[in-house]
Design a protein. Structure first.
Length: 403
């Protein structure tokens, strides 16, 4: 029997970062940047208005005040967005929008608070210094400057700076392609009328959501029959498109579940009992270049095992620098007896703040974890295998599930 740490290490060993690809910006969304990226241009490329108002020559505003306003002629045209307009003449002002390059000769922008227009001119009630409300060329980013470092997840904000810097594509670790497959003749797809001897397939849908949340591109297959021939064919069909296959169910070697029988033909897939509760018997290995994880059929155990073992491995493959969930220390509200020799993971609610500390309490009777309780939990209390009695008031580690 393996410890939780030993089995997690086995999962990480078969889960290496995926090869780096250069993809377009839209294809990079949700992926981890694999290398530093530099700007191809200055940003801004020319001095431009920081806010909407009037472009002026600062020297023309000397002495302006509320008592003694300075009046400037207002150009009939607005500053050109491409910066190719006519120069601003002395004692003149020009309307300008935020982000538009300054017309030649202008070196400041006055907001409408300090300048009012009437009859073709503006009255200025405050002096402007050169550079007022102006973004100078390369003030934000200089050409050749690193704009994003490797290891950042690409989202809308990163796409904005990359496209502004002239980048069309970037090197990324692609999202792992994950196929989730539930195994069992007793399983029925949600939405269909319930039948005698059938149960609804919760696992494939839940694990699909969990893998998506972890940063994967996901596909669902199932429910798949226990028939060995059908199961083998289903597995082989998915090898073409999957970096990872996650199965759930079929781990009990009792003549009814056939996943172990099918995968025993592949000598690179190992099944082990793990000293944990819930969970115990699990499988991990490779089929050709595809990593396979085999989870229990019981939904609470399947989801908890995903969190502890598969989520870190999946994020490692996706190029994340931080693969683990956040862990908080918390004081227990109540106590219970923990199973001897097993590392226990208990769905719970943790609350509090850094200044006064945190408290945690199981969401249902310990040892009888149900989906209804797991749905209310925001953490998993991790109890070491050598702990047999958890006491109220003692400090435990909580693996935080909510972001």
């Amino acid at each position: 029997m393996k410890t939780v740490a030993e089995y997690k290490n086995a999962c990480l060993q078969v889960s290496q970062p995926l090869p780096v690809f250069n993809v377009t910006l839209m294809g990079a969304v949700g992926c981890m940047l694999a290398d530093d990226v530099r700007s191809l241009v200055d940003l801004p490329q020319r001095s431009c208005a920081a806010k909407t108002g009037y472009a002026v020559r600062a020297e023309d505003t000397l002495g302006a005040s509320g008592v003694n306003p300075v009046r400037l002629m207002l150009e009939s045209t607005q500053a050109e967005k491409n910066g190719t307009g006519l120069p601003l003449q002395a004692r003149h002002a020009m309307r300008i929008e935020a982000g538009v390059p300054l017309p030649p000769g202008a070196d400041a922008v006055l907001s409408t608070v300090y300048a009012g227009s009437e009859k073709g001119e503006i009255a200025i009630i405050g002096e402007a210094e050169p550079g007022l409300n102006v973004h100078a060329r390369a003030q934000d980013i200089a050409a050749g400057q690193v704009i994003l470092r490797a290891g950042i997840r690409i989202g809308s904000r990163q796409v904005a700076v990359l496209s502004s810097a002239g980048q069309y594509s970037v090197p990324v670790h692609p999202k792992p392609r994950v196929v989730v497959m539930s195994v069992g003749d007793e399983l029925l797809a949600p939405g269909k009328p319930i039948e005698a001897g059938k149960i609804y397939d919760a696992n494939s849908h839940a694990l699909l959501a969990a893998a998506t949340d972890a940063g994967a591109e996901v596909f669902r297959v199932g429910p798949v029959s226990d028939n060995p021939a059908v199961l083998r064919e289903s597995l082989e069909d998915q090898l073409v498109r999957a970096d990872i296959i996650i199965t759930t169910g079929g781990l009990v070697k009792d003549g009814h579940d056939s996943l172990c029988e099918v995968l025993e033909d592949f000598e690179t897939v190992d099944f082990d009992s793990v000293a944990m509760s819930p969970g115990e018997r699990l499988g991990v290995g490779k089929i050709s270049d595809t990593t396979i994880f085999c989870l229990p059929g019981e939904p609470v155990a399947a989801l908890i095992c995903f969190e502890i073992f598969i989520r870190p491995a999946l994020r490692k493959m996706a190029g994340y620098m931080h693969t683990e969930r956040r862990v908080l220390p918390a004081r227990m509200v109540s106590g219970w007896e923990s199973p001897e020799g097993l590392q226990e993971f208990v769905p719970a609610k943790v609350g509090g703040n850094p200044s006064r500390g945190y408290t945690a309490e199981p969401v249902c009777t310990v040892g009888n974890s149900f989906l209804s309780g797991l749905s209310r939990a925001n953490c998993l209390i991790a109890i070491p295998a050598d702990t047999e009695l958890v006491q109220a008031g003692e400090t435990v580690e909580c693996v935080v599930l909510d972001r």
